[in-house]
Design a protein. Sequence first.
Length: 89
Amino acid sequence: MIIAHLLKHGIDRRIAIALAVILAIAVLVPLSNLMLPESSPFHIPAYLVALFGKYLTYALLALALDLVWGFCGILSLGHGAFFALGGYA
């Protein structure tokens, strides 16, 4: 349904398929990690999940700073407070 909506509004078919694949992977990987036993070679340990979370948080911080500071020329200290609060939690 989402793909049909995107195709209707002029998005390229390849981009729509890529978005559908990424969405499917984003849903299936965590679900399969919950269903697989810990002895399975496809099970992702908890420390790696935490490490990936930290990497994604730093990537979001870098992207936000690039967009706000790089393109707009605005240094927002609110972004720093937001990510500090997220890092503390």
